[in-house]
Design a protein around this ligand. Structure first.
Ligand SMILES: NC(=O)c1ccc[n+]([C@@H]2O[C@H](COP(=O)([O-])OP(=O)(O)OC[C@H]3O[C@@H](n4cnc5c(N)ncnc54)[C@H](OP(=O)(O)O)[C@@H]3O)[C@@H](O)[C@H]2O)c1
Length: 319
């Protein structure tokens, strides 16, 4: 990119602060406008970057110098804010979980298609090298026939931010972090033949979930928790070898053992890779991402819907 790609940011919280720092340092991205409701916090966010502190979503997004919109508001507002940005005719990168339910994802994708606009999920894992190399490895058959898969994402994180466990903000383990192993499993093995979910619901949000996805000849077992301490690990056991990956959703290196050989899969990761790729895709005129296609986002939302149905998790704003 010869000139910086110009973003409008909707949401200026913890994640947006990390992202703006990382992407603007490259010189390849500028955040020309931003909006969130608290004026004081918005201005504090904008000041160091010379970003325009907008009065509304419309004010931030409809400027002619905005090339794309990045939305990192809390989960319950994803759908409505994304819908408004698409109605304003702008390409959108929307944080995970894409929406609260699959039906909303379908509506947003249909709206983007009808307007010929780019829309993708900021599922940053799949912009990193290691997960894509793991996918190639599994497809290549080097691990042999897959026998068993275990994935945990279990960290004590309810004190991290209110949004993690507040049902009014669409919180809970499934939507906050369960989406990562579910998307990983979906990318490696496709849509499961069976979905089983047991959730431990506390104060209207699921704190811990046991999820099992059935595939031909093996199961993917998942421990997902915002009060657990098992950490984040993925183990794929095949007839010829085993892959082990700590912190897999961050795209950290994975170890592969086939026979007596141990190999480490490494590669680049981070928000810069994601934002560079999305900016290129928008400038290329694509309407969906090569890294995280619309089908993947929609199918994973359908898996989340089924898990929520089985654990009877209904958010207050859905009643
Ligand atoms: N990809 C990743 O690595 C990653 C990591 C963490 C989080 N996330 C996702 O990113 C999102 C944000 O997480 P976070 O940790 O940054 O949350 P956060 O710190 O609570 O920030 C949320 C931001 O959204 C704004 N906001 C909320 N509702 C809004 C509305 N209706 N209109 C305008 N602004 C609104 C809030 O400001 P006001 O209240 O002042 O409006 C705040 O600036 C979540 O969906 C989360 O799942 C992704």
């Amino acid at each position: 990119m010869a000139e910086a790609f110009r973003w409008a940011f909707i949401g200026t919280g913890t994640l947006a602060k990390k992202v703006i720092k990382e992407i603007t340092a490259t010189g390849r991205h500028a955040v020309v406008s931003a909006y969130s409701r608290s004026r004081e916090r918005l201005e504090a966010f904008c000041r160091p970057y010379g970003t325009y502190a907008a009065e509304s979503v419309e004010d931030a997004v409809s400027r002619p110098d905005v090339d794309g919109v990045y939305i990192s508001v809390t989960n319950e507002s994803h759908y409505e804010i994304c819908r408004r940005c698409l109605e304003l005719g702008k390409p959108v990168l929307l944080e995970k979980p894409f929406t609260i339910k699959a039906e909303e994802t379908e509506r947003l994708q249909a709206l983007a298609k009808s307007k010929g606009l780019y829309l993708s999920e900021a599922m940053w894992t799949w912009y990193s090298d290691v997960p894509n190399k793991v996918l190639e490895l599994v497809r290549s058959g080097r691990l042999g026939k897959v026998k068993d898969v275990y994935m945990s994402y279990s960290r004590y994180s309810i004190d991290y931010a209110p949004r993690v466990s507040d049902p009014l903000l669409g919180g809970g383990a499934l939507l906050d972090i369960g989406i990562y192993p579910i998307t990983y499993s979906y990318r490696l093995f496709g849509f499961p033949k069976g979905i089983h979910c047991n959730g431990d619901i506390v104060n209207g949000a699921d704190y811990s979930d046991d999820i099992v996805l059935d595939y031909d000849g093996f199961k993917v077992r998942m421990d997902v928790s915002i009060v657990g301490t098992k950490g984040e690990v993925m183990i794929i056991d095949g007839s010829e070898g085993t892959l082990m990956n700590v912190d897999y959703h961050y795209g950290l290196p994975a170890a592969v053992k086939v026979g007596d050989d141990v190999e480490v899969i490494q590669g680049d990761r981070g928000y810069n890779k994601e934002f560079d790729a999305v900016a290129f895709e928008i400038l290329e005129g694509l309407t969906e991402s090569r890294f995280i296609p619309m089908r993947s986002t929609l199918d994973c939302m359908r898996i989340l819907d089924e898990c929520r149905r089985q654990m009877n998790l209904v958010y207050p704003f859905e009643r």
